[in-house]
Design a protein around this ligand. Sequence first.
Ligand code: VG1
Ligand code: CO
Length: 545
Amino acid sequence: MNVVTVSTQPFTGQKPGTSGLRKKVKVFAQPGYLENFVQSIFDSLSGQEGKTLVLGGDGRYLNDTAIQTILRMAAAAGFGKVLIGQGGILSTPAASAVIRKHAAFGGIILSASHNSGGPDGDFGIKYNLANGGPANESFTEAVYRRTQSIGAYRYVDAPDVDLGALGVAAVGEMTVQVIDPVADHADLLETLFDFERIAALLARPGFRMCFDAMHAVTGPYAREILERRLGAPAGTVVNGVPLPDFGGGHPDPNPVYAAELVAALADPRSGLSFGAASDGDGDRNMIVGRDFIVSPSDSLAVLAANHHCAPAYAGGLAGVARSMPTSCAVDRVARFLDIPCFETPTGWKFFGSLLDAGKVTLCGEESAGTGSDHVREKDGLWAVLFWLNILAARQESVAGIVREHWRKFGRNVYSRHDYEGIETARADKLFAELRGKLPGLAGTEISGMRIELADDFAYTDPVDGSRSEKQGIRVLLQGGSRVVFRLSGTGTEGATLRVYLERYVADAALHEVPAQEALAPLADLAEKIANIAGITGRNAPDVIS
Ligand code: VG1
Ligand code: CO
């Protein structure tokens, strides 16, 4: 085996964020940039010799060349085998499923998720552990430390592997097996839900659905599951061919970037009763009913409350978990079901230990991510199937189910306001000033609202005891309302400020008040506390979801 060692210099800034390392394609395309990071991952592992690595990505620009580089480096690192999705494709939840099913040592997923793609877009890479979940903070810290001292990377001198067809090849002494990227994941999902009942719903006259794959990775998965296995009519999946630049779109399933789907569901002439979309790497979901967008936080609560509709969860839930900024709607369901509810920092890596320990069955985030203990990633198609299973079992509309949920539990009116591409220095100033104010906020009254608690969220993992500080500033108000401030850890340009607004409304007569209207006083309070306009120069958010 011809191992080539290349000496290299560290690059600054190779620090993984909320979900792996994400940078502009132009940054990743610098000679040695990807290699340094991959070698730093491999240098942080031990015991991988002869073991299996799973590899795949969301098909974005640079995936194909990065995959060949990683294959050569994995061979030099001593891996015995790589399982790779045909065409280099694996959605994030599918990669998790493959790692678990084949008892792999770990996996590398190439994706920048909901970030745009193409030569001017973003690229990303993350490492998943043997449980199928994103590496925890102690591992990503070790990788970051390694990137700062790395002096060489190694690869096996071997030709590219043909990823176009299923089969087995070799890179040096390492076996490369090109697998069907969809089969394992689809098979797993089929064991969780009542496919017969869902198929009957999809065949019912008057029920029509549309799944928008946004030219990202879920196209092949949605076609196989919805159209082939469940018999939905051809054309149910739109924008189903993964493209390196996502067709120029932004593969983020929210009301702004999936506006066409939302408009179709609002138009009675479309005949659509259910719409769904997923993101770049297939782990997020958007659920839309007829003229009704389900807020992701509500979606988590509705799934928890209706767990009995899906065969896999009918026996009960061990517990639920949500990220801190996610609305407290699911907490109310947990209280009703008398099961524990955990509050974690943002990012799926924090759910892993709870899932592994059997403490939770469902988890979710306000950013359109929901999942369960079937894998260790959030799973877009899983959420869509769960909703279809509930619709099939209850024979009610999406809006009807959510409204009834509100009547029973009250409504946690919720919205996230994003201010994108802020100058980093200004964002830092905003947080420094906000942190400075925290000790004096509790007990004060602003715009007629009384602040009960104001702190910088810190988390101690109840399973492994690890501690994570500075996970977002939360201001809790009397009556269950909240304002949360965080800086995004997935952006690649400047800083993105996220302001999360939540207000609990028990009175059913007020449930139909539009969210932005109901939350206006909280937006006003956020402005007063954080001086957003004054410091950033922005008078309105770029994206409201
Ligand atoms: C965002 C979301 C977070 C999610 C993360 C990764 O992070 O807010 O909830 O876990 O993206 O999702 P941030 O740090 O930008 O707020 V994905 O689908 O991009 O892997
Ligand atoms: Co994603």
